[in-house]
Design a protein around this ligand. Structure first.
Ligand code: BJW
Length: 246
């Protein structure tokens, strides 16, 4: 019964000192941002190895940049939905609250989430493909005036500052995420739980005694591992949990 589940999560959250939420593309689905997997997901129309690897960029930077330019246009008009707003409100209310996100759309940032841990970078940041030493820079131009864009420091190719398959995640983000696995309640929201290392955090939190919850419209490999499943859209269920905390 969903009502019982909502009451249970709210009760756990009320008593918790440390709460960690791992989010994935499903959290932004209600904002109109396509997910990767499942019905309508990006990987239904595109092969990840053609677009989201360093090898793909090496082979055909123009093609990879076309795809990112198209996604930047799609995300530019997206606004945070009720799920982002609830998580942002909790982050402002509770000092032991951490959102770890795999999302590159920055909607958690736009919602005003404090202490956000971004595992896979941002669509709105670029870095030097050659690694000339220039730090990553912000670029919110839509459309991009030149494609592919160039590094302002060395004039070589720029790349999206996102984490592709086979690349290491930012070490500071990994450290922060691992520290946040030491928590009383861990919510896994809108992620298919198939991409590592993000998918490992739930088990890590559980092994340290956290009460674990999954919020998702579909079952995932995490579904059988959590203490409680709330099946449904994050933008509806998180506000219902929030109402119970009021
Ligand atoms: C809703 C909803 C609604 C819909 N409400 N829910 C261990 C085992 C096996 C493999 C590996 C392993 N460790 C590492 C690997 C390899 C690899 C990996 O995980 N592969 C697996 C796929 C097999 N991992 C890596 O390569 C990572 N790097 C790494 O490990 O480096 C090691 C290293 C160390 C030192 C030196 C060098 C290397 C990097 C992973 C990078 C992932 N990158 C992407 C692209 C980012 C850039 C971009 O956006 O273009 O990140 S792939 C893509 O998947 C993106 C996402 O962040 C990520 C996760 O997807 P997410 O968010 O879960 O979305 P979906 O679409 O999969 O799911 C959405 C869910 O929402 C669904 O379940 C829906 O049901 C649900 N939903 N509407 C609630 N309204």
């Amino acid at each position: 019964m969903i009502e019982d589940g909502l009451d249970l999560v709210a009760g756990r959250l009320r008593r918790a000192r440390r709460v960690t939420v791992l989010t994935g593309a499903g959290v932004s689905a209600a904002s109109g941002v396509p997910t990767f997997r499942g019905a309508g997901g990006l990987w239904r129309s595109f092969r990840s190895e053609d677009l989201a690897t360093a090898q793909a960029f090496e082979r055909d930077p123009a093609l990879v940049w076309e795809w990112y330019a198209w996604r930047r246009e799609a995300v530019a008009s997206a606004r945070p939905n009720a799920a982002h707003h609830v998580l942002a409100a909790w982050s402002r209310r509770c000092s032991g609250f951490v959102v770890i996100t795999q999302n590159v759309d920055d909607l958690h940032v736009h919602a005003g989430t404090l202490g956000l841990v971004r595992l896979h970078g941002s669509l709105w940041e670029l870095s030097c493909w050659r690694g000339c030493g220039a730090p990553p820079w912000r670029n919110e131009d839509v459309p991009l005036p030149e494609l592919p864009p160039l590094c302002p420091s060395c004039g070589g190719l720029a790349r999206p500052a996102v984490v592709w398959f086979g690349e290491a995640l930012p070490s500071a983000a990994i450290d922060a995420a691992e520290a946040a696995c030491e928590c009383d309640v861990f919510l896994s929201v809108g992620t298919s739980s198939v991409v590592y290392p993000a998918a490992s955090f739930l088990a890590r939190a559980r092994s340290r005694g956290a009460f674990t919850v999954e919020i998702n419209t579909e079952p995932t490999p995490a579904t059988d591992q959590v203490d409680l499943v709330l099946a449904g859209p994050a933008d509806e269920l998180l506000p219902q949990v929030d109402q119970r905390l009021a």
